[in-house]
Write a protein that binds this ligand. Sequence first.
Ligand SMILES: Cc1cc2nc3c(=O)[nH]c(=O)nc-3n(C[C@H](O)[C@H](O)[C@H](O)COP(=O)(O)OP(=O)(O)OC[C@H]3O[C@@H](n4cnc5c(N)ncnc54)[C@H](O)[C@@H]3O)c2cc1C
Length: 511
Amino acid sequence: MIRTVAQYLESLNDGRQMWCMGEKVKDVRTHPTLSGIIRSAALDYVLPHRPEYRDIFVTRDEDGEEVNFLLTAPKSSADLLRRRECFATAMRSGGGVLLHCMGADALAAFTVTANIMDKKLGTNYSERVENYRRLLMKQDLGITGAITDVKGDRGLHPSQQKQHQDYYLRVVDKQKDGIVVRGAKVHISASPCANELLCSPCRTHGEADKDYALAFAVPCSTPGVKMLAVEPVSRTYDDEGRFDYPKTSRMQPTECLIVFDDVFVPWERVFMCGEWQFSRTLAYAFGSYHRLFGTCKMIGKLEAMTGAAALVAEYNGVEHADHVRKKLAWMAMITHMVAELGKAACLDPVKEFGHDVVMPNAMSINAAKFTFASNFHQMCQHMQDIAGGLCTTVPAYRDWQNPEIRPYIEKYLSAKDGVPTEDRLKVMRLIKDMTGNYWQIDTIHGEGSMAAQQMHLYGSADWNRLKAAAKRSAHIDGWQSDPVYGNLSSADDIPMPPADESYASIPRALK
Ligand SMILES: Cc1cc2nc3c(=O)[nH]c(=O)nc-3n(C[C@H](O)[C@H](O)[C@H](O)COP(=O)(O)OP(=O)(O)OC[C@H]3O[C@@H](n4cnc5c(N)ncnc54)[C@H](O)[C@@H]3O)c2cc1C
């Protein structure tokens, strides 16, 4: 089924327990700031109905019924590229996969891990995951991934924590029909607008922490699930919000602290419970899938940032300055690199699960995420540098609307002839909004902190091949057995006539 926006909105009227800015939220759809998030999320139910996007967003299930493509398990490079296309289209639109990115990535990671666990342990997790997937597809539910635990003391494993044992979500009781879980997840995007929470571990757990090796899914309205929404960046979705916070008023922070206060989960919704040896696979698989989404999120952001820098250079009359062009060229390069690394991760995927599910290439996708996170602040610096100080002292909507002061703003804050002052103010507000705190932190930590990508990159790099390259270059034996470097031709083997030693101009040291 592909739901309509009206059906989606109706589904949020489910009695979920949510707070925002200290107040209990009666209905997320009518809350003054949360409703903005819901509006962005509702794009998830607009794009699949648009004729020009149907081919990428809509597919058919085994019964021939139309379903959202993002809920299917990627089985080929082509599927990963299509997933990427959905993500990028939606992120350029300003939302539109909020309810099918983290959650869809968690679902894909469940599939991979369930396959491996079933093969090694004889469990039936794959059947449960597939049944759950069918439920999601048939009802077209909006899902999100609740992975990050609150973690307490980062230097200690979950069971070693001093103050209490609930810093990581854990199973506290196993019953005939299901399990009871306790703990809290933090920074969980899209939770005010989702129907379902897909929970899984955020790190590798050892045997002593097997109660924390836990994956399951519950509706947001499940008794005991309590959500505390993060404060909004801008207050309104009206003309003031549109002018002052052009980006963030349209894509408000959607994160929640989610408390699981002894929540019952039926067995058919449990996808890992105690299999600590596979917590690493689950956490790594989620990371790889979710960073593919991250690169697509960044395609939209980086294009807007590079474009804003070019636009403000033009509006200020400095577009031909040498240093400005160099900065713009660098920004265009980073934007292109991130997009291409994401594509490369789909073209050369990981297929090693002995099943038909594929995962983005770990090297390329972690390199992509690391590239945007490590260069984001430089992108901001270039934008702020080119824009000048006005990108922070720019008048607000209410100033612009006041007839007493508007003529002065109009006169003195104009720059290049032919560019309306209002357009210059708007691009300054955009840069102020985009270089603000929220985007910076989201870029560094969303989809995992930078150390996580370095860990993946170090773990996934083919060190034998890289060392073979160095050994071959240094003429140290050992490279001959490498499948790539061992088979290469060498110019050393080409028969040449002996060198003519009579050239006095060539010093012997060069030979
Ligand atoms: C806007 C936003 C949206 C997000 N959306 C989601 C979401 O939808 N779902 C979800 O599950 N998560 C989400 N996250 C969470 C994100 O994945 C985490 O923020 C990230 O993994 C870092 O975790 P943390 O915030 O607890 O920071 P910390 O783990 O405290 O990290 C801070 C620093 O400490 C280092 N560090 C931490 N532990 C150790 C250790 N044991 N040894 C060495 N160094 C360590 C880290 O590398 C980092 O440098 C989101 C985050 C943000 C900011």
